[in-house]
Design a protein around this ligand. Structure first.
Ligand code: NAI
Length: 505
């Protein structure tokens, strides 16, 4: 079954933020769209809102006046559900409540023809459960848009136990024809994005709780080292802590309190205190008028460095050497186990052990651990950590070397796997479990994280690039350091390593 023809009649129920956006997307794609809300007048108001939005785009030269009027002409506000009788696809975007949604779909079944596809935009409810009481549960699927729907490319096509695969494919093709990036996923808690993204927030929150660094430093690291569009604190301030915390709690509950999804007490306190982020004027940061964003912590050195020694292959961090050479630093290469020596300091990419532990176990004096960066040849910032007793002169030389390469250097307390590395390892681990459990394909998981939350790299492809053995090592060391289930490596990670494969093989 291919994409729905543009003559197919679409209805959207719920004219709130999501419903209005979805109606706009379908109308812009050329479908006649009916919009219904149980608040009298709400659907008409939503269409006026869409018209205003499109008007701004016309003013900015991004849309023609003809497209605007054609889109608006295709949108019709309706006040009675019976009017939806001859629709081909009905998308529900009403209140996130299982019983209310179930009642609505049962009512729709009694009104609509058998060919009509029913879809829910739910972000947290089970499609299997919503469909279970229907006479034709095979025609109900999830069609999960992201906010704002006209802007965000990702749509998760969610199949429950009874969903018809041909209808899933039809919705996939239809979403594609609407200019979206659809992915297939099974109806499991959080689907792809709201599950796999949890460690992005959780690891920064944990580092904050442990005093490893402050919010601006961790945020700057995620952006300027990790290549993410925003750090966890600025992003949750934007999303709203009530919303983000509720999603974490719902995923945590749905997975029977798996500690991988453990909510953060720091975030709970913000919610308790009404510090919901931008919308309340205060979250991790203040949004009061004139409030200044605190600066990320940096350490600098005035030492001069002209030569360093690379021992063995630095793996994913090898781009650092080219960068040093470009800056005129002589890099002497010799055999070894992936270390970079400068003066009395030795620098190494973190393997998940704390600097104090690795220094002792590997007999490395003045060890400085480097965090992951998305691209060592381009990143603007890097985190380092070191053991308490490091020689200050050696530390100074290590920092000077990184500065010569052009990095801003942010210190973290001596924490296992620093910040970006532990976040990416945990994102990849969650993605691996989702893949193992057949939630979605590797390609769709990576696409979902890039298109749904703008990650610079899909977590599985990122893990492939870092090396699966390194990711496993990092997770095992995190698990050993914390003694917690939370960091247990996915079976699929071990299996792919044993098979000599990557995630995308
Ligand atoms: P909203 O509160 O902005 O809008 C919901 C609309 O549905 C309201 O206008 C309300 O009057 C109407 N409504 C409630 N019960 C109804 C019923 N029985 N019949 C007809 N209309 C009814 O909510 P929002 O944010 O648009 O969310 C809607 C759905 O989309 C929820 O299931 C939510 O979980 C999901 N979602 C929300 C996202 C978001 O970021 N806000 C992202 C992705 C999914």
């Amino acid at each position: 079954m291919s994409a729905l023809n543009t003559s197919a009649r679409i209805a959207v129920i719920g004219a709130g933020a999501m419903g209005a956006g979805i109606a706009q997307v379908a109308a812009q794609a050329g479908h006649p769209v009916l919009l219904l809300d149980n608040r009298p007048g709400a659907a008409a108001q939503a269409i006026e809102g869409i018209d205003r939005q499109l008007g701004k785009r016309v003013e900015n030269g991004k849309l023609s006046a003809d497209s605007r009027s054609a889109t608006i002409a295709r949108l019709q506000a309706v006040e009675a559900i019976e009017v939806l009788a001859d629709c081909d696809l009905i998308i529900e975007a009403i209140v996130e409540n299982l019983e209310v949604k179930r009642a609505l779909f049962r009512q729709l079944e009694s009104i609509c023809g058998e060919h009509c596809i029913l879809a829910s935009n739910t972000s947290s409810l089970s499609i299997t459960r919503i469909a279970a009481q229907l006479d034709h549960p095979q025609r109900l699927l999830g069609l999960h848009f992201f906010n704002p729907a006209p802007v965000m490319a990702l749509v998760e096509i969610v199949s429950g136990l009874a969903s018809d695969p041909a209808l899933a494919q039809c919705l996939y093709d239809t979403a594609k024809a609407w200019g979206k990036k659809p992915v297939h996923t099974r109806s499991t808690p959080g689907f792809i994005v709201n599950r796999v993204a949890r460690p992005f927030y959780a690891e920064s929150l944990r580092l904050l709780q442990e005093g490893a660094a402050d919010c601006p430093t961790l945020d700057a690291l995620m952006r300027e080292a990790g290549g993410f569009a925003m750090g966890a604190f600025e992003l949750t301030d934007l999303i709203g802590h009530d919303v983000n915390y509720a999603v974490t709690c719902s995923v945590f509950d749905a997975y029977y309190n798996d500690t991988r999804f453990l909510p953060s007490l720091i975030q709970k306190e913000l919610v308790d205190g009404g510090r919901l982020g931008r919308k309340s004027g205060q979250g991790f940061y203040s949004y009061a008028q004139g409030a200044e964003r605190p600066q990320a912590a940096e350490i600098s050195s005035t030492a001069s460095v002209e030569v360093c020694m690379a021992e063995g292959d630095l793996g994913i961090a090898r781009g650092l050497l080219a960068r040093l050479r470009e800056q005129g630093v002589e890099v002497i290469q010799r055999d070894g186990s992936g270390l970079l020596r400068v003066g009395d300091a030795v620098l190494a990419l973190s393997d998940g052990r704390m600097a104090c532990q690795r220094a002792r176990e590997d007999g490395l004096r003045n060890l400085i651990l480097l965090d992951l960066t998305l691209d060592y040849s381009k990143a603007q910032r890097i985190a380092i950590s070191y053991a308490a007793g490091i020689d200050p002169l050696a530390l100074d030389q290590g920092i000077a070397l990184l500065q010569r390469a052009g990095f801003k250097v942010s210190p973290l307390s001596d924490s296992p796997a620093l910040a970006v590395l532990r976040t990416v390892a945990m994102l990849a681990n969650e993605a691996a479990d989702a893949l193992l459990q057949g939630v979605a394909s590797a390609a769709d998981i990576d696409l979902a994280m890039r298109a749904g939350v703008n990650y610079p790299q899909g977590p599985l492809a990122w893990a492939d690039a870092i090396g699966l053995s390194h990711i496993l090592n990092v997770l095992e060391n995190l698990q050993a350091s914390y003694g917690e289930e939370r960091y247990r490596p996915s079976l699929l990670l071990r299996r792919r390593i044993a098979e000599g494969r990557t995630f995308h093989d």
